[in-house]
Design a protein around this ligand. Structure first.
Ligand SMILES: [Zn+2]
Length: 213
Protein backbone atom coordinates (compact mmCIF):
# COMPACT_ATOMS: atom_id res chain seq x y z
CA UNK A 1 0.00 0.00 0.00
CA UNK A 2 0.90 3.62 -0.46
CA UNK A 3 0.90 5.67 2.75
CA UNK A 4 1.54 9.37 3.31
CA UNK A 5 2.15 11.96 5.99
CA UNK A 6 1.81 15.67 5.27
CA UNK A 7 4.30 18.05 6.89
CA UNK A 8 3.57 21.76 6.33
CA UNK A 9 6.89 23.63 6.03
CA UNK A 10 8.12 27.21 5.62
CA UNK A 11 6.26 30.46 6.29
CA UNK A 12 4.02 29.51 3.34
CA UNK A 13 2.82 26.30 5.08
CA UNK A 14 3.77 24.27 2.01
CA UNK A 15 2.57 20.65 2.25
CA UNK A 16 5.73 18.57 2.00
CA UNK A 17 4.54 14.96 1.73
CA UNK A 18 6.38 11.94 3.05
CA UNK A 19 5.22 9.12 0.80
CA UNK A 20 6.06 5.45 1.29
CA UNK A 21 5.39 1.86 0.30
CA UNK A 22 4.17 -0.03 3.36
CA UNK A 23 5.54 -3.39 2.13
CA UNK A 24 9.13 -2.25 1.59
CA UNK A 25 9.36 0.96 3.73
CA UNK A 26 10.82 2.71 0.66
CA UNK A 27 10.02 6.43 0.93
CA UNK A 28 10.34 9.75 -0.87
CA UNK A 29 9.84 13.34 0.20
CA UNK A 30 7.71 15.27 -2.28
CA UNK A 31 8.45 19.02 -2.33
CA UNK A 32 10.90 19.33 0.55
CA UNK A 33 10.51 23.09 0.69
CA UNK A 34 12.19 23.76 4.03
CA UNK A 35 12.77 22.69 7.63
CA UNK A 36 14.94 19.68 6.69
CA UNK A 37 15.43 18.53 10.29
CA UNK A 38 11.68 18.16 10.80
CA UNK A 39 11.40 16.21 7.57
CA UNK A 40 14.21 13.85 8.51
CA UNK A 41 12.70 13.31 11.97
CA UNK A 42 9.46 12.20 10.32
CA UNK A 43 11.40 9.71 8.20
CA UNK A 44 13.39 8.34 11.14
CA UNK A 45 10.36 8.08 13.40
CA UNK A 46 8.68 5.74 10.91
CA UNK A 47 11.87 3.77 10.15
CA UNK A 48 11.60 4.49 6.44
CA UNK A 49 14.28 4.19 3.77
CA UNK A 50 14.44 7.51 1.97
CA UNK A 51 15.24 6.91 -1.71
CA UNK A 52 14.74 10.18 -3.55
CA UNK A 53 13.45 13.73 -3.46
CA UNK A 54 10.58 14.32 -5.85
CA UNK A 55 9.70 17.84 -6.99
CA UNK A 56 6.41 19.04 -8.53
CA UNK A 57 7.68 22.47 -9.61
CA UNK A 58 10.48 24.94 -9.13
CA UNK A 59 9.06 27.42 -6.60
CA UNK A 60 11.17 28.14 -3.55
CA UNK A 61 8.63 26.97 -0.97
CA UNK A 62 8.60 23.58 -2.73
CA UNK A 63 12.34 23.11 -3.29
CA UNK A 64 14.09 25.21 -0.61
CA UNK A 65 15.54 22.22 1.30
CA UNK A 66 15.90 19.80 -1.62
CA UNK A 67 19.51 20.65 -2.49
CA UNK A 68 20.63 20.50 1.14
CA UNK A 69 18.96 17.10 1.73
CA UNK A 70 20.20 15.69 -1.58
CA UNK A 71 23.78 16.59 -0.77
CA UNK A 72 23.68 15.41 2.86
CA UNK A 73 21.97 12.07 2.14
CA UNK A 74 23.27 11.53 -1.41
CA UNK A 75 19.75 11.25 -2.77
CA UNK A 76 18.68 11.83 -6.36
CA UNK A 77 16.45 14.81 -7.16
CA UNK A 78 13.66 13.78 -9.53
CA UNK A 79 11.60 16.47 -11.26
CA UNK A 80 10.22 18.91 -12.05
CA UNK A 81 9.92 19.34 -15.82
CA UNK A 82 12.86 20.97 -17.56
CA UNK A 83 10.70 24.01 -18.37
CA UNK A 84 11.00 24.99 -14.68
CA UNK A 85 14.80 25.20 -14.87
CA UNK A 86 14.65 29.02 -14.76
CA UNK A 87 13.16 28.82 -11.24
CA UNK A 88 15.85 26.41 -10.05
CA UNK A 89 18.59 28.60 -11.54
CA UNK A 90 17.16 31.60 -9.65
CA UNK A 91 17.13 29.94 -6.21
CA UNK A 92 20.15 31.85 -4.82
CA UNK A 93 18.48 35.22 -5.45
CA UNK A 94 14.94 34.04 -4.65
CA UNK A 95 15.88 32.54 -1.28
CA UNK A 96 17.40 35.92 -0.37
CA UNK A 97 14.38 37.79 -1.67
CA UNK A 98 11.90 35.70 0.35
CA UNK A 99 14.09 35.45 3.46
CA UNK A 100 14.55 31.68 3.08
CA UNK A 101 17.74 29.91 4.19
CA UNK A 102 20.16 30.17 1.25
CA UNK A 103 19.66 27.54 -1.45
CA UNK A 104 22.09 27.10 -4.34
CA UNK A 105 21.10 26.45 -7.93
CA UNK A 106 19.39 23.04 -8.06
CA UNK A 107 20.32 20.54 -10.75
CA UNK A 108 17.95 17.53 -10.75
CA UNK A 109 19.35 14.10 -11.62
CA UNK A 110 16.27 13.50 -13.71
CA UNK A 111 13.85 15.89 -15.42
CA UNK A 112 10.33 14.52 -15.68
CA UNK A 113 8.03 14.33 -18.67
CA UNK A 114 4.39 13.53 -19.25
CA UNK A 115 3.75 9.80 -18.86
CA UNK A 116 6.90 8.96 -16.92
CA UNK A 117 6.42 6.21 -14.34
CA UNK A 118 8.04 6.51 -10.91
CA UNK A 119 8.64 3.47 -8.74
CA UNK A 120 8.44 3.54 -4.96
CA UNK A 121 9.01 0.07 -3.52
CA UNK A 122 6.15 -2.01 -4.89
CA UNK A 123 4.14 1.06 -5.84
CA UNK A 124 4.14 2.97 -9.11
CA UNK A 125 3.02 6.52 -9.76
CA UNK A 126 2.40 8.21 -13.09
CA UNK A 127 3.73 11.66 -13.94
CA UNK A 128 1.19 14.09 -15.41
CA UNK A 129 2.37 17.37 -16.92
CA UNK A 130 0.07 20.18 -15.69
CA UNK A 131 1.45 23.54 -16.85
CA UNK A 132 -0.10 26.92 -16.02
CA UNK A 133 1.15 27.70 -12.51
CA UNK A 134 4.65 27.03 -13.83
CA UNK A 135 5.46 25.64 -17.30
CA UNK A 136 7.19 22.49 -16.00
CA UNK A 137 4.75 21.60 -13.21
CA UNK A 138 4.28 17.84 -12.69
CA UNK A 139 1.59 15.94 -10.78
CA UNK A 140 2.23 12.50 -9.24
CA UNK A 141 -0.68 10.08 -9.48
CA UNK A 142 -1.25 6.63 -7.99
CA UNK A 143 -4.11 4.88 -9.76
CA UNK A 144 -4.22 2.08 -7.18
CA UNK A 145 -4.26 4.43 -4.16
CA UNK A 146 -6.65 6.85 -5.92
CA UNK A 147 -4.33 9.65 -4.81
CA UNK A 148 -2.69 12.60 -6.60
CA UNK A 149 -0.05 15.01 -5.37
CA UNK A 150 -0.90 18.14 -7.31
CA UNK A 151 1.48 20.81 -6.00
CA UNK A 152 0.17 24.30 -6.74
CA UNK A 153 -2.09 23.34 -9.64
CA UNK A 154 -5.31 22.88 -7.65
CA UNK A 155 -6.40 23.61 -4.07
CA UNK A 156 -9.55 22.84 -2.11
CA UNK A 157 -11.82 25.64 -3.35
CA UNK A 158 -9.15 27.45 -5.35
CA UNK A 159 -6.46 27.10 -8.02
CA UNK A 160 -2.79 28.05 -8.27
CA UNK A 161 -1.60 31.54 -9.07
CA UNK A 162 -0.78 32.19 -12.71
CA UNK A 163 0.65 35.71 -12.37
CA UNK A 164 4.28 34.66 -11.87
CA UNK A 165 6.65 34.76 -14.87
CA UNK A 166 5.88 31.70 -16.99
CA UNK A 167 2.38 31.27 -15.59
CA UNK A 168 -0.77 31.20 -17.71
CA UNK A 169 -4.32 31.11 -16.35
CA UNK A 170 -6.08 29.52 -19.33
CA UNK A 171 -3.41 26.81 -19.52
CA UNK A 172 -3.81 26.12 -15.80
CA UNK A 173 -7.57 25.65 -16.06
CA UNK A 174 -7.10 23.34 -19.06
CA UNK A 175 -4.58 21.30 -17.05
CA UNK A 176 -7.09 20.84 -14.23
CA UNK A 177 -10.13 20.09 -16.39
CA UNK A 178 -8.45 18.01 -19.08
CA UNK A 179 -5.59 16.29 -17.23
CA UNK A 180 -6.74 15.92 -13.60
CA UNK A 181 -10.54 15.68 -13.48
CA UNK A 182 -10.71 12.77 -15.96
CA UNK A 183 -8.75 10.66 -13.45
CA UNK A 184 -12.00 10.26 -11.50
CA UNK A 185 -14.25 12.02 -9.01
CA UNK A 186 -13.12 9.63 -6.27
CA UNK A 187 -9.45 10.57 -6.55
CA UNK A 188 -8.19 12.37 -3.43
CA UNK A 189 -5.49 14.98 -3.85
CA UNK A 190 -2.83 16.54 -1.66
CA UNK A 191 -2.40 20.18 -2.68
CA UNK A 192 0.71 22.27 -2.11
CA UNK A 193 -1.10 24.31 0.51
CA UNK A 194 -4.15 23.74 2.69
CA UNK A 195 -6.55 20.85 3.14
CA UNK A 196 -6.95 17.75 0.99
CA UNK A 197 -10.00 17.31 -1.24
CA UNK A 198 -11.22 15.13 -4.10
CA UNK A 199 -11.53 15.93 -7.81
CA UNK A 200 -15.27 15.25 -7.52
CA UNK A 201 -15.72 17.83 -4.77
CA UNK A 202 -13.83 20.43 -6.82
CA UNK A 203 -15.91 19.68 -9.92
CA UNK A 204 -18.99 20.45 -7.86
CA UNK A 205 -17.91 23.40 -5.72
CA UNK A 206 -14.63 25.01 -6.87
CA UNK A 207 -15.60 28.47 -8.26
CA UNK A 208 -12.63 28.47 -10.69
CA UNK A 209 -13.03 25.04 -12.30
CA UNK A 210 -16.43 23.58 -11.37
CA UNK A 211 -18.44 21.88 -14.10
CA UNK A 212 -20.84 24.28 -15.86
CA UNK A 213 -24.29 24.16 -14.22
ZN1 LIG B 1 4.19 27.35 -6.66
Amino acid sequence: MLEYHIIPVTAFAQNCTLLWCTQTRAAVLVDAGGEPERLLAAVTQRQLQLQALWVTHGHVDHVGAVGDLAQRLQLPVIGPGMADDYWLQALPSITRQYGFPFADVLQPQRWLQEGDVLTLGEQTLTVIHCPGHTPGHMVFYSASARLALVGDVLFAGSIGRSDFPGGDGATLIRSIRERLFPLGDDVAFIPGHGAMSTFGAERRHNPFVADPA
